[in-house]
Design a binder for this molecule. Structure first.
Ligand SMILES: [Zn+2]
Length: 357
């Protein structure tokens, strides 16, 4: 039997170190920026236009990341001006330096979807807002978080605030299905939900290259989470709905993900990611032997992550799976008299009653 993993093949077994770049295809350079998280790096792409460069994604706002950019500006980017900065999505590791970089490059256009530009602005506001902080604490308490998780949440907000610099104040807006030209290639914009509100991937049909962003990653599964601002959201439905769009692309596409190594095996990887979530959903259904708070379910579903201090992210992923089950009628969400929110398996239809009809 061929395992799906055998169908994933990496373009390089290594990655650029420090300020190095690797050429992925003619006119496409890969650089890798350090991140101060467990996920310790993010990939950025430099594409040579006829008369300059297009940059895709920025890294978080840290002194180390700025130093790598300064080296790139005096290295590979030194031969021509920068024409634009494109963002796949508005998470801190992708746009943390966007305001700084567009300025540093000479006041160049910032290109992203509206949803991502706005949601990043909201996140900056959110980190400073007392009412948002209080609301988030109520959300976490209702889902059964302990004091440690509440404390790590507060620390996380402060950290996000520091790593997500100001966004560019003007936007060149991308929409799903647009064709955008950069790096002397035409790219179809594929806007998808799940990991972010309006995440953009870029598909070059002529050279069969997919700049995937975080929508399809090679080894890790993209974070699919429910957060305090949208407690009843069902991002997993959006994410799973996006996978067939990627499977409709040719199987031999070269995939450039924002984390990990560029790879071949898009169809196999999309199948693995769908399967990964199906298994989590089945596990979660089994854990709902009686109504339980989501944090308790998270300890069952993501025991290691919780033990390693990633309880808040485990909760967000658990809620995404729980809300998906609720949306499909496989689970019910109820509020206990003490305000806690409980998730339980939906009642099986009464078979005798059904038979009587
Ligand atoms: Zn990312």
């Amino acid at each position: 039997m061929t395992t799906a993993a055998a169908e994933i093949r990496y373009l390089h077994e290594s990655h650029p170190q420090g300020t190095e770049t690797y050429q992925i295809a003619p006119g496409i350079l890969w650089a890798r920026l350090p991140l101060p998280f467990r996920l310790n790096h993010v990939n950025v792409w430099l594409l040579r236009d006829a008369d300059g460069w297009t940059i895709i994604d920025t890294g978080a706002d840290t002194a180390d990341a700025r130093a790598v950019w300064e080296a790139l500006f005096t290295g590979p980017l030194a031969d021509a001006r920068v024409n634009r900065l494109v963002a796949t999505h508005g998470h801190t590791d992708h746009v943390g330096l966007s305001g700084w970089l567009t300025e540093r490059a000479g006041d160049v256009p910032f290109v992203s979807t509206l949803g991502e530009w706005m949601s990043a602005q909201v996140r900056i506001w959110d980190a400073q807002s007392k009412s948002a902080t209080d609301g988030a604490q109520r959300f976490l308490t209702a889902h059964g978080c302990d004091d440690d998780t509440l404390a790590s949440y507060r620390a996380d907000r402060e950290r996000t605030h520091a790593l997500l610099g100001p966004l560019p104040i003007t936007l060149t807006r991308l929409r799903d299905g647009d064709t955008i030209r950069f790096g002397e290639r035409d790219w179809e914009v594929i806007v998808a939900g799940g990991h972010a509100i309006e995440h953009a991937s870029f598909w070059c049909a002529e050279d069969r290259i997919l700049i995937a962003g975080d929508q399809i990653l090679s080894r890790i599964s993209p974070m699919i989470g429910v957060f305090p601002a949208m407690p009843e959201a069902d991002p997993l439905a959006d994410y799973l709905a996006s996978l067939p769009r990627f499977k409709a692309l040719p199987a031999d596409a070269l995939v450039l993900p924002s984390h990990g190594l560029p790879f071949y095996g898009l169809h196999a990887r999309a199948d693995q990611l769908a399967r990964h979530h199906e298994l989590r959903l089945d596990d979660l259904g089994r854990l709902m032997d009686r109504p339980r708070v989501a944090m308790e379910l998270a300890r069952g579903l993501f025991a290691r992550a919780v033990a390693e201090g990633q309880g808040r992210l485990a909760l967000a992923e658990t809620l995404a799976h729980a809300n998906y089950l609720v949306g499909r009628g496989r689970a019910v969400r109820t509020k206990a008299p003490d305000g806690r929110i409980l998730y339980g398996r939906a009642e099986e239809p009464d078979s005798e009653l059904m038979a009587a009809h």
